[in-house]
Design a protein around this ligand. Structure first.
Ligand code: NAD
Length: 283
């Protein structure tokens, strides 16, 4: 099966990046949002990201124009009827993802592969609301998608070898390096990352050190590109909380229990960079 057209559901932080890399790789892309306002914001984010890539000499102006010409926005999943692969990148909530999977299953052609970019939720549960469980997998990109070289594939007990091979060729066409994990919350990267980020919030919450010192210690002491509180702001505190809650729900391990401060910051709308304020202010 050759993928010609890719659907991306959700044009937020991740969906816009996924749509961009697919369009840059030569696929026709249909990207969906819940309303016109959010769709325009998402498409603007893609244009800005491509312009930055042109400024940095990573993409030519002609390549940017060609990528944008391959990209179409919609507020109706019915417009994905000709897609060979759809990647769902909506909010990290199982009910939302299951509703999208069930609707797409009725819209997509029988050969189409359905993937979720979920960070922590059970992909098997999404597959179970479709009649194509063998064609469902997790394709987990990293933020920012155009820059980060990794894809984690999540294989459920239903996913066929053929689907894994289609996904592998797709990942290769995007120039990404791929790893495969079983369908357990957090897969490889978040299983290790989330307890570390939650511990950083606990240190800050307990007054062990200032936010700047926690971040500087990890940057310079472990040579990470950014400290954990900066990284939390970058990922989105709401997304991290959803992931932690999903992992705690599955494992009941206190390492995955969200610290009270994280939950309160999300309730207060301090979501990190995307809301202008998180552990730091972004004006
Ligand atoms: P986000 O909040 O930036 O974007 C989600 C978008 O989905 C929003 O714009 C929302 O309007 C849209 N949406 C919600 N319901 C929809 C529907 N029914 N149809 C179409 N669009 C819908 O969140 P994000 O950070 O882009 O995360 C999206 C997914 O990617 C989540 O599952 C998250 O766990 C995963 N993820 C996030 C990161 C990260 O670093 N933020 C990394 C890897 C994976």
């Amino acid at each position: 099966m050759e993928i010609k057209q890719v659907g991306v559901v959700g044009c937020g932080l991740m969906g816009s990046g996924i749509a961009e890399v697919c369009a840059r790789a030569g696929y026709r892309v249909v990207v969906g949002e819940v309303n016109d306002d959010l769709l325009q914001k998402g498409l603007d984010r893609i244009r800005k990201s491509l312009s930055r890539a042109v400024e940095r000499g990573k993409v030519t102006q002609a390549e940017m124009d060609a990528a944008l010409a391959r990209l179409h926005g919609t507020v109706s999943l019915a417009d994905m009827a000709d897609c060979d692969l759809v990647i769902e990148a909506a909010v990290e909530k199982m009910e939302v993802k299951k509703a999208i999977f069930a609707e797409l299953d009725g819209i997509l052609p029988p050969h189409a592969v359905l993937a979720s970019n979920t960070s922590s939720l059970c992909v098997t549960e999404m597959a179970a609301v479709t009649r194509r469980g063998d064609k469902v997998l997790g394709i987990h990109f990293f933020n920012p998608v155009p820059v980060m070289p990794l894809i984690e594939f999540v294989r459920t007990i239903l996913t066929s070898d053929e689907t894994m091979e289609i996904a592998r060729r797709f990942g290769e066409s995007l120039g990404k390096t791929m790893v495969t994990a079983k369908d357990t919350p957090g897969f490889i990267v978040n299983r290790l990352l989330i307890p570390y980020l939650l511990d950083a919030v606990r240190l800050y919450e307990n007054g062990l050190a200032s936010r700047e010192d926690i971040d500087t210690a990890i940057k310079l002491g472990l040579h990470h590109p950014m400290g954990p509180l900066t990284l939390l702001d970058f990922i989105g505190l709401d997304t991290c909380l959803f992931i932690a809650d999903a992992m705690y729900e599955e494992y009941k391990d206190p390492r995955f229990a969200a610290p009270p401060l994280l939950r309160r910051m999300v309730l207060a709308g301090h979501l990190g960079r995307k809301s202008g304020k998180g552990f730091y202010d972004y004006g």
